[in-house]
Design a protein around this ligand. Structure first.
Ligand code: MLT
Length: 334
């Protein structure tokens, strides 16, 4: 294990030298999948400022937004190999590397920003952090809270599942999300996040889902008109650090990284609460049309929870894990 931890980063670092310079002790690189201005950017910038403050200006974090350092799933690989320091990305793009975090993308489990905070910052969150280190070689040191993933499309207002039929919807390469759309009666198209704007612009896909703040940061209003206020997934976006980079830090620096991550997380939560509504209104002012699912979203919820939950019990560590999460939130699976 020791030899592997030395050799693998060394070989991969050498092979990637042209693309990503080796990390130095004082300057870190942070990949962001989204454009500047969204929740990933807020978390990253706050962390950058805090790390600089806490090290007396000795530590710099350079932010690379817009998928400049690779699509979100690639950044997990790169961080895992020790050739990228930090990345902020949607939790749904971590799940393929550490299936137990799929708990956070199970449809209709998290029903409010408070519940997102409770799950990520409590005992369950700590378990998921540990699982991600073990499975994927990356450590979650902070969380961005980005709001519910609402559905956008370029064709028509959607209120019911029958309105959805026939639309081509882009989803991340995430089994739980693909399965949810299949249960809702559409065959979704998996596509990397970095290709999504172009896919929508060229009409390769008609729609996608992401939070209001992300839609705004990515300027999706330029290529999408209709929004449906579904609340199936509350978007949580972890700040990850390569575990080998973390382990290479002195204990005092490790403590600073964890502390800065915690404080940046608090900032992210406050940013969501103060900006989501304003951003939603500005998207309407720019021409987006918002619909609300009929009948309190009942058919969407019933289909997703009855069909999708049981399919993923095994991958999240058993039904017991979902029961535990719901009990923490004061609910049950029945
Ligand atoms: C995705 O849809 O792939 C991600 O959730 C996008 C994001 O990171 O904002």
């Amino acid at each position: 294990k020791f030899v592997k931890s030395i050799i693998v980063p060394l070989i991969t670092s050498v092979s990637m030298i042209a693309a990503v310079p080796l990390v130095s002790a004082d300057t870190f690189k942070m990949a962001l999948g989204d454009a500047a201005g969204g929740t990933q950017w807020e978390l990253g910038q706050k962390f950058q400022t805090l790390l600089s403050e806490k090290t007396g200006g000795k530590t710099t974090v350079d932010l690379f937004p817009n998928g400049q350092l690779g699509n979100e799933q690639d950044t997990v690989n790169n961080a895992s190999m020790g050739i990228l320091d930090f990345s902020v990305l949607a939790i749904n793009n971590v799940t393929p590397f550490s299936p137990s975090v799929g708990l956070l993308t199970m449809p209709y489990v998290i029903l409010s920003p408070e519940e997102a905070k409770t799950l990520t910052q409590g005992k369950i969150g700590q378990q998921l952090v540990q699982n991600t280190i073990n499975d994927a070689g990356v450590r979650i040191v902070g969380w961005a809270y980005s709001g519910f993933r609402v559905l956008t499309n370029s064709k028509r207002p959607i209120e019911s599942l029958s309105d959805l039929k026939g639309l081509v919807i882009r989803v991340p390469r995430n089994e739980i999300m693909m399965s949810t759309y299949q249960a809702w009666g559409v065959n979704p198209t998996p596509m990397a996040w970095s290709e999504t704007f172009t896919g929508l612009q060229l009409g390769v896909v008609d729609g996608q889902d992401n939070p209001y703040i992300t839609i705004d940061a990515m300027k999706f209003n330029e290529v999408q008109k209709y929004v449906t206020n579904i609340r199936y997934i509350f978007s949580i976006e972890p700040l990850i650090i390569s575990e080998s980079v973390f382990q290479a830090q002195k204990p005092a620096m490790q403590a600073i990284i964890l502390e800065a991550g915690k404080e940046a997380t608090e900032h992210s939560y406050a940013f969501l609460l103060e900006s989501e509504d304003k951003i939603k209104k500005s998207l309407v002012a720019k021409g987006m049309v918002i619909s609300t699912p009929s009948n309190g979203e009942k058919e969407w919820i019933d289909v997703a929870t009855k069909t999708v939950w049981p399919k993923f019990y095994d991958s999240i560590g058993g039904k017991v894990k979902l029961d535990e999460a719901l009990a923490t939130l004061g609910r049950t699976t029945n």
